[in-house]
Design a protein around this ligand. Structure first.
Ligand code: DGT
Length: 242
């Protein structure tokens, strides 16, 4: 059973199917309980592939991914996935009410709990301003939300589940500054107490992380805190200056 949420990658190599070139090569790192490990890298570096091994969207080809000392392959899949919150760039909302979308992972949640999660996710205000509030339909025949609004619904959903492990993609692409700061506040609330793997393309998103992995072509090119990397890593300093 997942209790603390310590994540260990132990010499993990990963290939898609029979592909010759691995997408990840000998990746080793530990994310301590409650800490944030940021994964910084350009498009195609392997960030999404790396985090996908934790909820077992894919399995490592070689090496081991462990949570609290147990190989993820030996953890009941429903249990594993119920303890991991995923807030990815393409947040998956379905046709249904806003309420149903928020309580997706916890169908038994009360209206009070749903509103509380929405408030913490900085989503309550825009929801309350809709004609039908939490009963507003999303999807094909319903309203269209902006990218930032969808993201906050996804955060509210994750808050309701209170996962032990969080996997976040914090690319807040096309949102205005006010929305961006609201999303940041919501993410900070969500990350409290969780072991977090944070996918990032920009250095400003990773500076506060406890540990940063710089991924290049599937390999860890540099690792450490922001201060350590600024002192010792040419690669990191180059990214910082660019
Ligand atoms: P992003 O999302 O554009 O920032 O890029 P990353 O860093 O998340 O990279 P990732 O893990 O999506 O892709 C790493 C490599 O793996 C890249 O060369 C594309 C390849 N790849 C990704 N998904 C698949 C897949 O489903 N099948 C195959 N064969 N290759 C894939």
């Amino acid at each position: 059973v997942i209790r603390e949420g310590r994540i260990e990658f132990d010499r993990v190599t990963f290939r898609f199917g029979a592909a010759e070139v691995p997408v990840l090569h000998h990746i080793s790192f530990t994310a301590e309980p409650g800490k944030t490990v940021a994964i910084l890298g350009s498009t195609g570096a392997g960030k999404s592939s790396l985090v996908s091994l934790v909820p077992r969207l894919y399995d490592a080809t070689e090496g081991q991914v462990r949570i609290d000392g147990v190989d993820v392959r030996d953890i009941d899949l429903d249990h594993l996935r119920s303890r991991i919150g995923l807030v990815l760039q393409e947040s998956v909302l379905f046709t249904g009410t806003i309420r149903d979308n928020i309580r997706y992972g916890r169908p038994d949640a009360s209206d009070e709990e749903i509103e509380q999660a929405a408030r913490a996710a900085q989503a309550h205000e825009f929801i309350a301003n809709m004609p039908e509030g939490y009963d507003t339909m999303l999807g094909q025949r319903g309203v269209n939300l902006s990218g930032g609004q969808k993201q906050r619904i996804a955060i509210a959903r994750a808050l309701l589940v209170r996962p032990v492990i969080l996997i976040l993609d914090d690319s807040t692409s096309a949102v205005d500054l006010g929305t961006e700061s609201r999303i940041r506040a919501a993410l900070a609330e969500l990350m409290r107490g969780c072991t977090t793997l944070l996918i990032a393309q920009r250095i400003t998103s990773v500076m506060d992380a406890d540990h940063i992995l710089v991924l290049e072509e599937g390999k860890i090119a540099a690792a450490g805190s922001h201060a350590e990397l600024m002192r010792h890593s040419d690669i990191y300093r180059d990214i910082y200056r660019s």
